[in-house]
Design a protein. Sequence first.
Length: 60
Amino acid sequence: MNALKPTHLIVLLVVVMVLFGAKRLPDSARSLGRSLRIFKSEMKELQEDDNKPNGESTDK
């Protein structure tokens, strides 16, 4: 019932095109992709750090 329908997506794309313009969209998408890639790599690094045993026990 609350799902996005194809007409909603079309309206959303038109609004984005009007706000940002067709020339800035590729640069914005590239920047967003780069940011997501950095975020994912940092999250993966944090998970790897959490999984490493550090030799110290926090249990008492």
